[in-house]
Design a protein around this ligand. Structure first.
Ligand SMILES: [Zn+2]
Ligand SMILES: [Zn+2]
Length: 839
């Protein structure tokens, strides 16, 4: 039986206009609509916010009281929302630009595989000395004491310690607290054989320190030992090999006494404890020997991580050390503790140092093998190792998800800036997919944007598999495949801003094509019928970048050219990376004499709280208009009085001109409420008394682009940029809207409008996947703006696979490689009509 659907009655959030909706759970629900129609208001600002809120209601009273100050969605009824997690497009998640944010990241950290792998290596890995390949283990004195306590009653035990070097003995006597230095990896000098005189002096010193007996060899090397008191009558040819710290009999002493003996031996013997017993200690390597004519077993425990044969100390494995970048090698060739750890920590045949370099595919193979070995060695038998088992599963499951999403050819160390856009977006899904949540509502923002049909189908399969665990899926998505596979489709619209915010269709998929009422249909722009011919050609020269080797091509001038090709064909590399201007001076970069304007997919620069009018660099004009009004002059106020960035101005002092008060709640980072002092108007009352053309400044900032065009009639600079903005389809945005409230598609179109506003002639505009995440209707509008550029003499080159982009192109260049391992080449270059016929 299906659970009760999410029930929404009379919802007013942002531009939503009294939405009534029932959304089925445990199904794939797709929300679509032109940008600005209210998709995010529904998905993120209502469902996600409310899902988070019900989760937070399980928190402490203090936290809840803080949260109660924040606005609840304006709605009559909002019911049956399960716990919710969301993945937004990166452009919308914060104030860091993608480049800044990702520089510190690699594929391993985005997928969270690296974090789990670190824990796995620490728990289940071993230290292997890189010089001699011996396994380095350490035991604490407590572990040794516990094992001694398990020996059969009456077993005789000798606890011995290494013969200290004189200087070492002295220093440990000077400072009883000085433990062995864990991080010292410098080679220590090999112990010198004591001269007879020094030997005698050492024994004398040990005697003074309270040690009574030693273990001696009469003829080295052999496994025959004798015990002897440290006395003056010690035969000359006896050589001291170990100092007896204590003599014990199993069952006669408390474990505390045993521990004390082990600790003493560890402290004086530089971390080495020798245990001699008459029966072997289980699960410890031992050497058979004779002592005083009787059979004994010798065991060695090292409380430090040390390779005795190589005289090399290793650091105790710690999480932070695996994060460290290896520092450059010093001239003396000493390595840092972190580097040594990274070189020697291994899991089966995988060393930590190399784990990040291999493809996930190879890594998976090696880890599966290591897991078998771990299993065979009894690693899972103890109940305390349940955690280890889940560590293995966490890592292997995530790799499996990567394989299903076609990412297993990548190594964990691949930096995010070297991932393609679609690889990056798929990688971000991995932590969500592998979280193992049940009965949860997943809200995803355009997970299929920019994917070709084949890849989109694979990603959608993976996402849909979440439904099996009783989860629910709600995707904001325009990809046709998503709508086709959806169980339920919500189409919002019909327009943007105040012309949107309504449910155009909500029901089972597929949505009827003529679902919109006649009068609401927005006139679709259609591509031009005639095609332009190239007015000339540009040869950028051979390209050797990423998967392009000796790549040669020519690009046509004076028209709109779309460079297309399947994912990984190198279209963005050839068009964006290879042509990226190297320096940004004061002059506009140029290509073969043509001013070059590149609109890549990086986000708009600016503070999240910056207003649209500020992004357009037009706020100064607006402030000047208010400063020049007769009323302002009367009161001796200038344009500066209307600034929101200076304290001595007319801005509201409580919210410092933002109109919002926010709280620092890490788990609810977008929490903010309208400023109670200015009620979101940003200004003090006296500033609001100044009116220009009937409106005060808060009302002017609340105008849409379309309304502002009329309001600012006669002001050339304002008019021209606002006109450009409305040409890219953004006439519904409000001047005071903040950067953080804009969708990814809206931001890119603002960037484009800024580029279109440049006074250049014969320019070349290059744009990377401009249609990504756009509704078809928005894509048409954008292509229309590009064609307008061409009609006034510019050239437009786009890297894109969207059918709408291809339908508006004059010329198409298709890239692909003949075989998976060879470089891409130009498969087709010709008029768009020829290309469409060949498809
Ligand atoms: Zn070694
Ligand atoms: Zn305020």
């Amino acid at each position: 039986m299906n659970p009760a659907p999410i029930l929404i009655r009379n919802l007013y959030v942002h531009n939503l206009q009294g939405v009534d909706l029932e959304i089925p759970l445990q199904q794939l629900v797709v929300v679509s609509g032109v940008s600005g129609s209210g998709k995010s208001s529904l998905a993120f600002d209502t469902l996600f916010a409310e899902g988070q809120r019900s989760y937070i209601e399980t928190f402490s009273l203090a936290t809840r009281q803080l949260l109660e100050k924040f606005e609840r969605p304006a709605v009559d009824r909002l019911e049956n929302i399960p716990p919710t997690i969301a993945l937004r497009q990166l452009a919308q998640t914060g104030d860091k630009s993608r480049r800044q944010y990702v520089d510190a990241q690699n594929f391993g950290s985005v997928t969270s595989i690296a974090d789990h792998l670190k824990l796995l290596f620490l728990r289940c890995g071993s230290l292997i000395c890189p010089t001699c390949q011996r396994k380095i283990t350490s035991s604490s004195p407590a572990e040794v004491a516990q094992r001694l306590a398990k020996l059969p009653q009456g077993t005789r035990i000798l606890v011995t310690m290494k013969v200290p070097e004189k200087s070492a003995l002295k220093s440990s006597l000077d400072s009883q607290t000085a433990g062995p230095s864990r991080n010292s990896t410098k080679r220590t000098a090999p112990p010198r054989l004591p001269t007879e005189k020094a030997h005698q002096a050492l024994i004398e010193e040990l005697r003074q320190q309270g040690f009574r007996r030693g273990l001696f060899q009469t003829e080295a090397p052999s496994e025959n030992f004798v015990t002897h008191e440290f006395s003056k009558d010690l035969p000359q040819h006896f050589e001291l090999v170990a100092v007896i710290a204590d003599r014990l009999i199993a069952g006669s002493q408390t474990i505390e006494r045993m521990l004390e003996s082990c600790e003493t031996a560890m402290r004086y013997g530089a971390g080495m404890i020798g245990i001699w017993t008459q029966v072997p200690l289980p699960e410890s390597p031992h050497f058979a020997c004779t002592m005083d004519g009787q059979a004994w077993y010798r065991h060695e425990f090292n409380t430090r991580y040390r390779c005795e044969p190589c005289q090399r100390d290793f650091p105790k494995p710690q999480l932070a050390m695996l994060d460290d970048e290896p520092p450059p090698q010093t001239p003396e060739n000493t390595v840092s503790a972190s580097t040594l750890l990274q070189q020697s920590l291994r899991l089966g045949n995988v060393s930590w140092q190399n784990a990040g370099e291999q493809s996930l595919n190879q890594l998976d193979h090696l880890l599966q093998q290591a897991r078998k070995e771990y299993l065979a060695s009894g690693g899972f038998e103890e109940t305390s190792n349940l955690r280890d088992r889940s560590l293995w599963e966490h890592v292997l499951q995530r790799i499996e998800w990567c394989r299903r999403l076609g990412l297993d050819h990548l190594p964990l160390s691949r930096s995010v800036s070297d991932l393609s856009g679609t690889e990056y977006r798929r990688a971000r899904l991995i932590p969500l997919l592998s979280a193992g949540l049940v009965n949860t509502l997943y809200i995803l923002d355009e997970p299929l944007a920019g994917l070709d049909d084949q890849t989109a189908s694979i990603v959608l399969d993976a996402i849909q598999s979440l439904l099996k665990s009783g989860n629910s899926l709600l995707m904001v998505e325009h990809h046709p495949l998503a709508k086709k596979r959806a169980n339920f489709v919500i189409e919002m619209g019909p327009g943007a801003g105040s012309e949107g915010g309504r449910i155009v269709y909500a029901g089972s998929s597929p949505a009827p094509t003529q679902s919109m009422p006649e009068h609401d249909q927005v006139k679709l722009l259609s591509p031009p019928k005639g095609l332009r011919e190239p007015a000339g050609w540009i040869d950028p020269g051979p390209i050797n970048l990423k998967n392009l080797q000796q790549f040669q091509w020519k690009l046509p001038l004076g028209l709109m050219c779309v460079v297309t090709g399947r994912h990984g064909s190198g279209k963005s590399t050839a068009l964006i990376d290879a042509l990226q201007p190297t320096s940004h001076g004061d002059t506009l970069p140029a290509l073969a004499g043509h001013p070059l304007w590149m609109v890549d997919s990086s986000p708009l620069k600016g503070q999240p709280s910056q207003m649209l009018i500020g992004l357009l660099d037009l706020f100064g004009e607006v402030r000047a208009l208010f400063g020049q009004t007769p009323e302002a002059k009367n009161r001796q106020l200038t344009a500066r009085f209307f600034s929101l960035h200076v304290a001595q101005s007319g801005r509201c002092s409580q919210c410092k001109g933002t109109g919002q008060i926010s709280a620092d709640l890490t788990f609810f980072n977008e929490a903010s409420m309208t400023c109670p002092n200015c009620h979101g108007k940003r200004y003090r009352r006296d500033a609001l008394e100044i009116r220009y053309r009937g409106l005060n400044i808060a009302e002017a900032l609340d105008l849409t682009v379309a309304e502002a065009l009329t309001y600012f009639k006669g002001h050339h600079k304002l008019q021209s940029l606002l006109t450009t903005l409305s040409r890219t389809g953004l006439r519904y945005l409000r001047l005071g809207q903040t950067l953080k409230s804009l969708s990814g598609g809206e931001r890119q179109r603002i960037k484009l409008a800024l580029a279109l506003g440049q006074p250049v002639e014969n320019g070349i505009f290059i744009c990377d996947e401009p249609t990504m995440g756009l509704h078809d209707q928005d894509a048409h509008q954008l292509m229309h703006a590009f064609q307008e550029l061409v009609s006034i003499g510019h050239t437009v080159w786009l890297a894109d696979i969207h059918p709408v982009a291809l339908s508006w192109a004059d010329w198409v260049i298709q890239l692909d490689s003949q075989t998976p391992l060879t470089s891409s080449e130009v498969l087709f270059s010709g008029p768009a009509t020829t290309f469409r016929q060949s498809e």
